[in-house]
Design a protein around this ligand. Structure first.
Ligand code: HEC
Length: 148
């Protein structure tokens, strides 16, 4: 039961693990990448907890989930301007259909808000990770270059 969502989330993080923002010149691009790094940090912490690499601490996991929820609206603000950089993985479709991009942002916010109060133990944490990670992936699939 636990294994599948975790495998998915781990795959997602492995794909995101390369710190692409090194050498980025454009400050706006750097800022939006940084917002992603913060989300990533909390999600990674949750995964470590679900895997037993960290002790299970439901209040700390809920807190990290709320941080994801409250940090998420920043995405819409930070990505609004069509800024670019040679190192950016953002696809131009973001600005062709910004409403759709913004809706995926709200989906993540909602997923985190819904998941936070359900976290009690490792199985409920794994489910929360699957739901949150799915919302990250839904946006990356459509709006983030996969090859870099
Ligand atoms: C609404 C869309 C959207 C959502 C939701 C989203 N991301 Fe992203 N993410 C992007 C885009 C677009 C980029 C590429 C930005 C660039 O390179 O300019 C990105 C880049 C990243 C990066 C690479 C940052 C870097 O330094 O280059 C990481 C890590 C990341 N996202 C993690 C996450 C995690 C974890 C979540 C969920 C908790 C998440 N993202 C949710 C759109 C999204």
């Amino acid at each position: 039961m636990i294994k599948r969502p975790l495998a998915t989330a781990t795959f997602l993080l492995a794909a995101a693990a390369a710190f692409a923002h090194q050498g980025v010149q454009n400050e706006a691009v750097k800022a939006r990448m940084h917002s992603m790094t913060l989300l990533d940090k909390d999600l990674k912490m949750l995964i470590s907890m679900a895997k037993g690499e960290l002790p299970m601490d439901a209040p700390a996991a809920q807190e990290a989930t709320y941080r994801i929820e409250t940090g998420t609206p920043d995405i819409t603000v930070l990505f609004k301007a069509p800024e670019n950089d040679p190192k950016s993985e953002a696809l131009p479709a973001i600005w062709d259909e910004f409403d759709r991009f913004a809706a995926l942002t709200r989906d993540l916010e909602q997923a985190a808000a819904t998941a936070a109060p359900t976290i009690q133990d490792r199985p409920t944490l794994a489910q929360a990770i699957a739901n949150i990670g799915g919302a990250c992936r839904a946006c990356h699939k459509r709006y983030r270059e996969q090859s870099k």
